[in-house]
Write a protein that binds this ligand. Sequence first.
Ligand code: NDP
Length: 300
Amino acid sequence: MSAQIISGKELAARIRTELAQKIKNHSSENMPVLAVVLVGDDDASKIYVRNKQKAAAEVGIGCEIMEFSASIGENALLDVIDDLNANPHINGIIVQLPLPAHINSLRVLSRINPAKDVDGFSPYNTGLLSYNHPDAFISATPKGILELLLSTGINLEGKSAVVIGRSNIVGKPVAMLLTNRNCTVTLTHSKTKDLPAIVKTADIVVAACGKARMIKAEWLKEGAVVIDVGINRIDGKLCGDVDFEAAKEKASFITPVPGGVGPMTVAMLLSNTFEAFCRQEKDPISGNKHHNCGCGHCCH
Ligand code: NDP
């Protein structure tokens, strides 16, 4: 029997509608505002940023895009982050990745006030996630993946999950999230031996290796739930990391590409921004100070 298709497009649209309603009902003089820092001329990054801005406007979140030339120095960029940290009108800050090679991304991401780190990429929020702490801002793609899994209604507890890819922005946080949900997780990567045999053990497969249609139907356990994070192109056409057409005959649930994880990422980012706004309304100080970075500029 063919798998049920998990439509991220529909789920994300529902989440955005509910979020727009929540923001409308929220009694406040201010609107949530997200600042997006964009460095360089990467066309894909520009498209992603415009999409975020459009989606933010639709739910009632302001979005300020700050564009800088690829030649901006690291210290100048850190000053930009410090100013945004100190600005009480900015509730969330994201830095569009990748940054130019001469800039240390970790240093820049670490400089974002954790209370405004709505992408959840700072070591502080990643640390909170590893503690399964409720205050963690969980990065948008992993959070979207969890929502897609929960939308199937399956009980995650005790399930065997195999995550393919160990990047800091997808694979590792997904592995942590699923561990926190009591899955038994195997995190795999390019040096993993006999990946097909490991995938065969999985009740849940999260494919995030960025290799077009690499995960074959015959690797899957009958009835596995498959989340395909990959965004690849073959002959100009978008496809995921899973060989979708064959895999949907083996899986019980599967996400398509496009229309699966992608739309969830933006919805989760907006939901994190509203969450940051609400937290800062309750505790304005946390939103306007840095975490003792010692720079003498942003710390109060
Ligand atoms: P990275 O390139 O940072 O990481 C890829 C990971 O896959 C690495 O850990 C790598 O292993 C592993 N890998 C590569 N080849 C193999 C292989 N043959 N077998 C097993 N593991 C392998 O990618 P990202 O995590 O940033 O993204 C992954 C995919 O998800 C991409 O297609 C990207 O476009 C997409 N993506 C989609 C998003 C969305 O919103 N839908 C958001 C973010 C990403 P190693 O560590 O050993 O090199």
